[in-house]
Design a protein around this ligand. Structure first.
Ligand SMILES: C[S@@+](CC[C@H](N)C(=O)[O-])C[C@H]1O[C@@H](n2cnc3c(N)ncnc32)[C@H](O)[C@@H]1O
Length: 252
C-alpha cells in the first residue's frame, strides 16, 4: 500500500454546498479538520456563472430527458480556485469528476488518491456534465459503484472520507488502515467487545486467552474464511502462504 502525505486539502465543486455542512462537521472527519490534518474548500459552481440569473444547466443538444451542467461555470470555478488555466496543460492537482462512468473506487484507488496533497472533486448533477468538462478539464473520473445517484455530492464525500483515513494522525490507531478489509487483499476478521456473554452468545474463548500468537492465528483464519465465503473473487487475486492454506483446510 502507498504512503500518504501528512495533510491534505480538498476542493469540491458543487451546485449544492449545503450537502457538505453536516458530514464535514462530525466524527473523525470533523476532528481531522479541527486539527488541521484536513482542509476542505466547498465551492459553489453557481458563484462562477456569469449571467444575471447564474444559470448553470441547460437542455441537452439533440433532445432527451434532463438538464446538463454547462461547461463555463465549472471551468471558471476550477481555474479560479486552482489559480490555473486549462490552456496551461497539467493542473496543480488531480481534478476528479464524480461519474458512474468512471473507474470504480476501491481501497487501492483510495490509497493512490491519498498520495496527493491536494485533490479537486467535481460533482455533476441532473443528467450529467457537458462532455467538454470530461475532455478538457478533469484528469480522472471515478464512480462509487454501478448505480446512479442524483448528484456527485455523496460520491465526493465518500472519497473524502475514505482518503482522509490515510492521513497520518486522522485515525486513533495508525495501524488500523493497514488492517482494514481490502488492505491485504482479504476482508477483515470479526470483532467482539464487552460483555463476554450477551444473551446466550459468548465471545470466542481464544480472544480472551491473552495468547497473542493464537489470537493472530485465529484472526487470520477468520479473515481467510470470510473472504472465501463472501468474496471468493478476492481470494483468487492473492497468493496464499502454506500456513494460510493450512488454516483454511482446518476449517473446511
Ligand atoms: C443522474 S447522474 C447522471 C448519470 C448519467 N446520465 C449517466 O447515465 O452516466 C448525475 C450526477 O451524479 C453523479 N453520480 C451519479 N451516480 C454516480 C456514481 N455511481 N458514482 C459517482 N458519481 C455519480 C455524477 O456526478 C453525475 O454527473
Amino acid at each position: 500500500m502507498n504512503r500518504c502525505v501528512t495533510a491534505m486539502h480538498f476542493d469540491i465543486f458543487t451546485l449544492f454546498p449545503e450537502a457538505f455542512d453536516g458530514p464535514l462537521r462530525c466524527s473523525i472527519v470533523g476532528r481531522a479538520i479541527d486539527r488541521g490534518l484536513l482542509s476542505v474548500g466547498v465551492h459553489n459552481i453557481r458563484d462562477y456563472a456569469s449571467d444575471r440569473h447564474r444559470v448553470c444547466d441547460d437542455y441537452p443538444y439533440g433532445g432527451g430527458a434532463g438538464m446538463v451542467l454547462k461547461p463555463e461555470p465549472v471551468f471558471v470555478a476550477a481555474e479560479s480556485v486552482l489559480n490555473w488555466s486549462a490552456a496551461d496543460g497539467e493542473p496543480p492537482c488531480p481534478i476528479v469528476l464524480m461519474t458512474p462512468q468512471g473507474r470504480t473506487l476501491t481501497q487501492n484507488l483510495v490509497s493512490e488518491l491519498a498520495e496527493s496533497p491536494r485533490l479537486a472533486l467535481v460533482c455533476g448533477h441532473y443528467e450529467g456534465v457537458d462532455e467538454r468538462i470530461r475532455e478538457h478539464l478533469v484528469t480522472d473520473e471515478i464512480s462509487i459503484g454501478d448505480y446512479v445517484l442524483t448528484g456527485g455530492e455523496l460520491p465526493a464525500l465518500i472519497i473524502l472520507d475514505a482518503v482522509s483515513r490515510w492521513i497520518p494522525g486522522v485515525l486513533g490507531d495508525e495501524d488500523s488502515v493497514q488492517e482494514d478489509s481490502f488492505a491485504n487483499g482479504l476482508i477483515e476478521h470479526p470483532h467482539y467487545t464487552r460483555p463476554v456473554a450477551y444473551r446466550d452468545w459468548t465471545v470466542p474463548e481464544v480472544l480472551r486467552s491473552g495468547d497473542h500468537g493464537e489470537i493472530a492465528r485465529w484472526r487470520r483464519q477468520q479473515s481467510l474464511l470470510r473472504t472465501q465465503q463472501r468474496r471468493p473473487d478476492l481470494l483468487e487475486r492473492i497468493s496464499l502462504t502454506r500456513e494460510d492454506t493450512k488454516l483454511l483446510d482446518a476449517q473446511t
